[in-house]
Design a binder for this molecule. Structure first.
Ligand code: NDP
Length: 300
C-alpha cells in the first residue's frame, strides 16, 4: 500500500472534542445547551444500534439528548404529532427521525413536518435549498464529513476534478453541491453513466457512494487521487467462521491504495464522521436559532 490511510475514526474523535468545546462555550457564555432528539419507529436492529450511538455521543459532548423509541405499528398521525411537539420545544435544536420508517408511514410527510430550523439531517426542501444557494444552515451529515476529510488531506480543492459515483439525495447530490462550492469541477455518475472507468480515471477526487461491494476497481484510479469510500456493504466472510460477515466499501481497497495518494478505509473512514457531523449540525442549528453565528470549523 502506498496511499495514506485517512483515519476517519481519529478525525471524528478530534471533531467531537472541538464540538464539546463549542457546547461548553454556548452553555457558559449564552446559557444555551444544544439539544438533539432522535426518533425511531420500529425495531430494526441496525437502526437501533445507530440511534443508540447517536444518543450516547450527544451526551458525551455535553448536549441534551432525547430518544423516542416508538412501536412498529405507531400511527403516522402520532409520529407527526411528536415531530410537531419537538418543533415547538425550546430545549430541542435538532430533530432526527431515523429512516426508513415502516411502510404505513409516509417518510416524506415526516421529513417535511420537521422544522427546517431543526433539520439536522438536511432533508427538508428548505434546508436543501439553503445548501444549494449557500445560506447558513445544517449540511447533510455524510457529505459534510467527506468534505472535512478532503480538506484535511488536500492543500486546496479548487480546480480539481471530482467524480461522485451515486446521485442520492442523502449523499451524492449534496456532495456535489459542497464540492462545487469548493470550486471543484464536479461529475456525478450513476447507474446509467457510460464508461465509468474512463470518468474515474480523470478524477483527482473520487467519492464512491453506491452500495455495491468493491465496484470501483483499483486500476481505474488516477495515480495520486484522493479516494473517499462512503459505501457500507455487508458480505459473507467464511474465513471468520460459518455464517459470519464483514463490512466492506464500494472501492477495491487494496488495489486502489496502490495508486491513490490517500484513501479512506471501510470501516473506520467516513462512517464515524457521519454521527460527529450530526452533532456539529446540532451546534449549528442551536447557534442559528439563538441568533448566533455558528462556529466556522463546523460548517462548510
Ligand atoms: P442509494 O441506493 O440511494 O444510491 C445509490 C446510487 O448509486 C444511485 O444514484 C445509483 O444510481 C448509483 N448506482 C447504482 N449502481 C451503479 C452502478 N453500477 N454504477 C454507477 N452508479 C450506480 O444509496 P445511498 O446514497 O443512500 O448510499 C450509498 C452507499 O453509502 C450505501 O452503501 C450506504 O450504505 C452508504 N452510506 C454510508 C454512510 C456512512 O455514514 N458511511 C451514510 C449514508 C450511506 P441511480 O440513481 O441511477 O439508481
Amino acid at each position: 500500500m502506498t496511499a495514506k490511510l485517512i483515519d476517519g475514526k481519529a478525525f471524528a474523535e478530534g471533531l467531537r472534542g472541538r464540538i464539546a468545546g463549542h457546547v461548553a462555550r454556548l452553555k457558559s457564555e449564552h446559557g444555551i445547551t444544544p439539544g438533539l432528539a432522535v426518533v425511531i419507529v420500529g425495531h430494526d436492529p441496525g437502526s437501533q444500534i445507530y440511534v443508540s450511538q447517536k444518543a450516547k455521543q450527544t451526551v458525551e459532548v455535553g448536549m441534551h439528548s432525547e430518544k423516542y423509541e416508538l412501536p412498529e405499528d405507531t400511527p403516522e398521525a402520532e409520529v407527526l404529532a411528536l415531530v410537531e411537539k419537538l418543533n415547538a420545544d425550546p430545549a430541542i435544536h435538532g430533530i432526527l427521525v431515523q429512516m426508513p420508517v415502516p411502510p404505513h408511514i409516509d417518510g416524506n410527510k415526516i421529513i417535511t413536518t420537521i422544522s427546517p430550523d431543526k433539520d439536522v439531517d438536511c432533508f427538508t426542501p428548505a434546508s436543501v435549498g439553503k445548501l444549494q444557494i449557500g445560506l447558513p444552515g445544517p449540511v447533510s451529515c455524510t457529505p459534510l464529513g467527506c468534505l472535512m476529510l478532503l480538506r484535511d488531506n488536500l492543500p486546496s480543492l479548487a480546480g480539481l476534478n471530482a467524480v461522485i459515483i451515486g446521485r442520492s439525495n442523502l449523499v451524492g447530490k449534496p456532495m456535489a453541491q459542497l464540492l462545487l462550492r469548493e470550486n471543484c469541477t464536479v461529475t456525478v455518475a450513476h447507474s446509467k453513466t457510460r464508461d465509468l472507468p474512463g470518468i474515474v480515471a480523470e478524477a483527482d477526487i473520487v467519492i464512491a457512494a453506491v452500495g455495491r461491494p468493491h465496484m470501483v476497481r483499483g486500476e481505474w484510479i488516477k495515480p495520486g487521487a484522493v479516494v473517499i469510500d462512503v459505501g457500507i456493504n455487508r458480505i459473507p466472510a467464511p474465513d471468520k467462521g460459518e455464517g459470519k460477515t464483514r463490512v466492506v466499501g464500494d472501492v477495491e481497497f487494496a488495489s486502489a491504495a496502490e495508486r491513490a495518494a490517500a484513501i479512506t478505509p471501510v470501516p473506520g473512514g467516513v462512517g464515524p464522521m457521519t454521527i460527529a457531523c450530526l452533532l456539529a449540525n446540532t451546534v449549528t442549528t442551536a447557534s442559528l436559532i439563538n441568533g448566533l453565528v455558528p462556529p466556522r470549523d463546523l460548517t462548510p
